[in-house]
Write a protein that binds this ligand. Structure first.
Ligand code: HEC
Ligand code: HEC
Ligand code: HEC
Length: 113
């Protein structure tokens, strides 16, 4: 009896964890970000998820929805270029300096017209 109950409890936990994991929404693989007068910024989202692992490195400042950065700018809760400067550029510069794999730093490498 006892063994059966323990077995059922363990199976329930495994089932719960696998549902919770499969239901996590990772969002689009690639996202086009609004880049103002400098032009749109194609952003390889999945590549960053795979490389960085931690969602909050970026999402501590904005939500997991398309358009959330622009919405926060409209509401004056984010400054223009704040994400670009404090996240994208900062990390690409830091990783480059450390001699690690890094992303673009020049305007035209991110912004497309
Ligand atoms: C390097 C930065 C970065 C990391 C790391 C990151 N994201 Fe995102 N994510 C973004 C950006 C930028 C957007 C688009 C926001 C916008 O449109 O304003 C976004 C949008 C999203 C969306 C909405 C996109 C859609 O297609 O509906 C979801 C969901 C999401 N992220 C989930 C995650 C999860 C889960 C992780 C961690 C596994 C993660 N993100 C890691 C930058 C990141
Ligand atoms: C690593 C990619 C990247 C690089 C390099 C980059 N940008 Fe951006 N830029 C972005 C992203 C993402 C946004 C949108 C988020 C934000 O405003 O923080 C943006 C936004 C902007 C905006 C619009 C701000 C607004 O709210 O209207 C301007 C203007 C801009 N960038 C100019 C530049 C210039 C000039 C350079 C070169 C000196 C540059 N960017 C380099 C990614 C980049
Ligand atoms: C915490 C670090 C970090 C942040 C934040 C970050 N990146 Fe990156 N990015 C990387 C790394 C590392 C690579 C190189 C990955 C590789 O080559 O495996 C990269 C590569 C890229 C590339 C090149 C992709 C390719 O195909 O070569 C682009 C474009 C890019 N990032 C745009 C952005 C934009 C736009 C943002 C902000 C919304 C951003 N990144 C935020 C670390 C970061």
């Amino acid at each position: 009896m006892r063994v059966k109950i323990i077995f059922i409890v363990i199976m329930s936990i495994i089932l719960f964890l696998s549902i919770a994991y499969s239901e996590q929404n990772f969002g689009a693989e690639n996202i086009i970000l609004e880049g103002g007068e400098s032009g749109e910024v194609p952003f390889p989202h999945k590549m960053h998820q795979d490389t960085l692992k931690d969602c909050n490195i970026c999402h501590e400042l904005f939500g997991q929805e398309i358009g959330s950065i622009e919405q926060l700018k409209v509401e004056d809760r984010l400054k223009a270029k704040q994400i670009m400067n404090t996240q994208c550029l900062k990390c690409h510069r830091d990783t480059k300096k450390a001699g690690e794999a890094s992303g673009p730093i020049s305007c035209a490498a991110c912004h497309t017209k």
